[in-house]
Design a protein around this ligand. Sequence first.
Ligand code: ADP
Ligand code: CP
Length: 321
Amino acid sequence: MTARKIVVALGGNAILANDASAAAQQRALRETAKYLVKFIQQGDSLIISHGNGPQVGNILLQQAAGSTPDNPEMPLDTAVAMTQGSIGYWLQNAMAAELAALGLEMDVATVVTQVVVDEHDPAFDTPTKPIGPFYSREAVSVLKSANPGFHFVEDAGRGYRRVVASPRPVDVVEAGAVNQLAKAGVIPIAAGGGGIPVVRQGNQLIGREAVIDKDFASEKLAERVGADQLIILTAVDHVYVNFNQPQQRQLTTVSVNELRQHIADGQFAAGSMLPKVEAAIEFVTHRPEGQAVITSLSNLGQFIESGSGTVVSMVSADANV
Ligand SMILES: Nc1ncnc2c1ncn2[C@@H]1O[C@H](COP(=O)(O)OP(=O)(O)O)[C@@H](O)[C@H]1O
Ligand SMILES: NC(=O)OP(=O)(O)O
């Protein structure tokens, strides 16, 4: 069997669940690595991307708490680059340890990845991307009076979060380099945190303050490297219709058209499940022979063994949709 090329996108909330310390996030990524090496064991070529919503929001909070004129706050594009460095470090370290434990000799390398966005993307005027910790309604009114320019939204029933601009990715600048690494047998970690948002101005790439959705950026990366599968890992084993309601029903195999109908019916929360579903549709539309999968890290073993999870393809044989 020829090796499949798989882009796996890890949710930022899976890396930082309750404890924001470096040690806890490293522990979470060591657990993550145990699952991800299963793809290597079955001979696949793996490219890993990850979110950074909780982490980049925390960097902004740390900066705001401690900046001085001599030690100023860094702009958001630079804060995204910081999260690519820190999470990339933890993840390549964790992957290397897990590969070594299995006697597998493979290199893992993080690629600082810039993602081109459209300067005129209307998303710059309407913040939608949740970052940082969850707040109560009371905490939000205190924060808003101290920071009138901040915007907050309720995030999928889990509390309120600050939101920032989140333009759509247009291109992944380092996609060629990532592909070369994968072809050479290296496991690249790329497009972390959705990539560093940049706009093209002549020969230059200029950073823009935003956080790109990592599901859309991972989709663009998967398209550009010609991946066979895009796997989006989050906290739920499946995508559901009537989520959190008595008639909740899991989607197993589902076609692009069926998913579009569920979107039209308002089944997926904006800022959480909706971008994943949209990214899955976009990938399969661009690579009709490919598959997009949405599932949880803890279900990855079952997905590899039996295909359990929400599998999106151009046409589906799902009996329960
Ligand atoms: N229809 C749905 N089916 C499954 N999960 C949903 C649905 N709508 C909203 N969600 C929520 O979306 C979450 C995934 O989004 P999020 O936590 O933002 O992703 P990430 O793992 O990338 O950080 C799920 O854990 C779940 O709580
Ligand atoms: N950048 C991004 O989409 O991060 P999360 O997956 O953590 O939301």
